[in-house]
Design a protein around this ligand. Structure first.
Ligand code: NAD
Length: 297
């Protein structure tokens, strides 16, 4: 089994690295936060002292970092220690521009690269049921696919460099908009005296059905595993959702796409973060939507 370097062992990266260990790989990991590294070590990840140190015997590297600037800070360091032909997979959600810069860096060092962001949340990361959307050469994709298949159940090659991040930004704009829609549905149902379960039963089997409702329901009860049952602890934080909605708006501006609801969703999540809820799960937006004093404008 191959040795895999894994950098960024947070909410997503920790369980993803653990699944590679479970699949029989030797995984050498690194995170700047000691607690994240300790948790990964308990799952069988060998912890290195720096990003570059993870490379000693690794044939491929996965990075799972917050935003583009982290990836562009870590990849040059990794590439210094990488043998030509090493495959670098970035599963972080970052802007397409940074993804293209990362691909260019890998090329300069004779390495293969794939942008491979994921969908499916921390639940999907733990259960190895993530969806990977990837961009890069067919050679990089073919090499990465068996490894990604150990962390997810759907692995798509969306096109050339940056295509994975393009798919991700479109998907998450849909998600941000749909979560606000579901939250508004429950807020209205409460005012109309309809129980959460009654709305869930109807909408989950009717045309209102969507992932924000059936897998990530923003009210406690109908979907026991959703963050609403756990005090809106993330999960997927509102700050990360806002990041993705802003990435979508940047992409829309750059490409001339018309995305009025995407723009409104970004405004609503910015307001939520401004009220101090960036660390809440993004489904907690329902709490602001119920509050008539905010969110209008
Ligand atoms: P997180 O903040 O929990 O994890 C990121 C980790 O990277 C942290 O542990 C942090 O310490 C580490 N890190 C930062 N800089 C580093 C560096 N220079 N070297 C080594 N480690 C470093 O975030 P997350 O929820 O795991 O998300 C990671 C990425 O996945 C983000 O781009 C996010 O948008 C995306 N994503 C998250 C979810 C989700 O549900 N949480 C779902 C899909 C995609």
């Amino acid at each position: 089994m191959s040795t895999i370097a894994f950098i960024g062992l947070g909410n997503m990266g920790g369980p993803m690295a653990a699944n590679l260990v479970k699949a029989g790989h030797r995984v050498v990991g690194y995170d700047v936060v000691a607690e994240a590294a300790v948790a990964a070590a308990l799952a069988g990840v060998e912890v290195a002292g720096s990003a570059r140190e993870t490379l000693a015997e690794a044939e491929m590297v996965v990075t799972m970092l917050p935003v583009g600037k982290h990836v562009l800070a870590v990849w040059p360091d990794i590439l210094q220690g990488a043998r030509p032909g090493t495959l670098l997979i970035d599963s972080s959600t970052i802007d397409v521009d940074s993804a293209l810069q990362a691909h260019a860096l890998a090329r300069q060092h004779g390495c293969l690269a794939l942008d491979a962001p994921v969908s499916g949340g921390t639940g999907g990361a733990k259960a190895a049921t993530l969806t990977f959307m990837t961009g890069g050469s067919a050679e990089a994709f073919d090499k990465a696919k068996p490894i990604l298949g150990k962390m997810g159940k759907n692995v798509f090659h969306c096109g050339d460099e940056g295509a994975g991040q393009a798919a991700k930004v479109c998907n998450n704009m849909i998600l941000g908009i749909s979560m606000i829609g579901v939250a508004e549905g429950f807020a209205l149902a409460e005012k109309l005296g309809l129980s959460h379960q009654a709305l869930f039963d109807v909408a989950s089997t009717s045309s209102g059905q969507c992932w924000s409702l059936t897998s990530y329901c923003p009210v406690p009860g109908p979907v026991p595993a959703s963050p609403a049952n756990n005090g809106y602890k993330p999960g997927f934080s509102a700050a990360l959702m806002l990041k993705d909605l802003r990435l979508a708006q940047e992409a829309a501006m750059a490409s001339g796409a018309n995305t009025p609801l995407g723009a409104e969703a970004a405004r609503i999540y910015a307001l939520f973060e401004g009220l101090g809820h960036g660390g809440d799960d993004f489904s907690g937006i329902i709490n602001m939507i119920r509050d008539k004093s905010v969110g209008r404008g």
